[in-house]
Design a protein around this ligand. Structure first.
Ligand code: SP5
Ligand code: ZN
Length: 317
């Protein structure tokens, strides 16, 4: 298995976010990815490779050009490396600041996902794109939820030129951006298992009545689950979701993998123990699809490496 990784993500390291009026330490830290990379190297899971550099056109094709230019321009105007700029336009929340290095890090996160996609096209069976910042909340012209460019969606758009793509999003939060970007398409299936948006971010999307529009009707499927969801009911839901992927019969599967479903995640609310990630990997592996794993959230920094390790033991078994 190849693992796509670049240290450029470290150029994006905001110190603070604002939550319900309070200034709190930024949860989406560089150490997240380092914890995963360290563990997978230690355990000799996979071979680390650097992302290739792709044209910015791939970003412009999935996002509004003014939005992309806005992030690039604002990043270039930030004076000091530790400073953050909170946009007042093109933004959905108070969690997603722009720093000097944000554009560069977000661009390399896209390259990391697309490098993985290209490897699948060339016949690799399982590839892990260790993306940071994450992407699934980023919409056509809106950043939010620690996301700037939608890494998984850009990889899906890239792969969809070759064949049908299913995206299975198992981050704790609904991937509003990915859903939006493929809402009217029947060649890219979006399935998400996440916390009930009535009580958790992103609040305004991810309800079960959202099923797509036009030609895309029936090609979006949401499984909102209550806080406190445990392994048993999560697994049933996952099996149902995987049955739908199978029926769709895609050429490629993209998994938006968030580890914020972990029982001790500081911003999650499900009850999955570390050992469950092996089960999750195994269930997904049973499909035997060419699969790109794209890293999304997960904030229990010290345990992330173990979760990733268990997931890859499961998917390769
Ligand atoms: C990619 C991803 O997982 N984005 C998630 C963004 C959700 N951000 C919510 C932040 C909530 C902070 N909660 C602080 C609780 C303090 N007790
Ligand atoms: Zn999340």
């Amino acid at each position: 298995m190849r693992i796509i990784y670049s240290e450029t993500h470290r150029k994006h390291a905001p110190r603070w976010e604002f939550f319900e009026g309070e200034k709190i330490p930024y949860a989406e830290k560089p150490e997240r990815i380092e914890s995963i990379a360290k563990k997978l190297k230690e355990k000799k899971v996979g071979e680390f490779v650097s992302p290739k550099e792709y044209s910015e056109d791939l970003i412009y094709q999935s996002h509004n050009p003014h939005y992309v230019d806005f992030i690039k321009k604002k990043a270039s105007l930030v004076k000091n490396p530790q400073d953050s700029f909170f946009a007042s336009y093109y933004i959905m929340d108070t969690y997603t600041p722009i720093q000097q290095g944000t554009y560069q890090a977000a661009k390399v996160a896209v390259d990391t996902a697309v490098t993985g996609a290209e490897l699948l096209q060339n016949g690799e069976k399982i590839v892990y794109s260790l993306c940071r910042p994450p992407g699934h909340h980023a919409e056509h012209a809106t950043m939010g939820g620690y996301c700037y460019f939608n890494n998984a969606a850009i990889a899906a758009a890239y792969l969809s030129k070759t064949g049908k793509v299913a995206i299975l999003d198992v981050d704790f939060h609904h991937g509003n951006g990915t859903q939006q970007l493929f809402y009217d398409r029947s060649d890219v299936l979006y399935i998400s298992i996440h916390a009930d948006p009535a009580v958790k971010f992103p609040y305004e999307s991810g309800f079960s009545h959202e099923t797509g529009v036009g030609k895309g009707k029936g090609f979006t499927k949401n499984y909102p689950l209550p806080l406190g969801t445990d392994s048993t009911s999560y697994r049933k839901t996952l099996q149902d979701a995987l049955k739908k992927v199978k029926q769709f019969n895609p050429a490629f599967l993209i998994v938006s993998l968030g580890f914020d479903t972990y029982e001790k995640d500081p911003i999650g609310g499900f009850l999955l123990p570390i050992s469950f990630y092996e089960v999750m990997g195994k269930e997904i592996g049973l499909l035997k699809k060419s699969t790109l794993i794209v890293q999304e959230g997960g904030y229990a920094v010290d345990a992330l490496g173990d979760m990733a390790y268990h997931f890859f033991v499961g998917i390769s078994s």
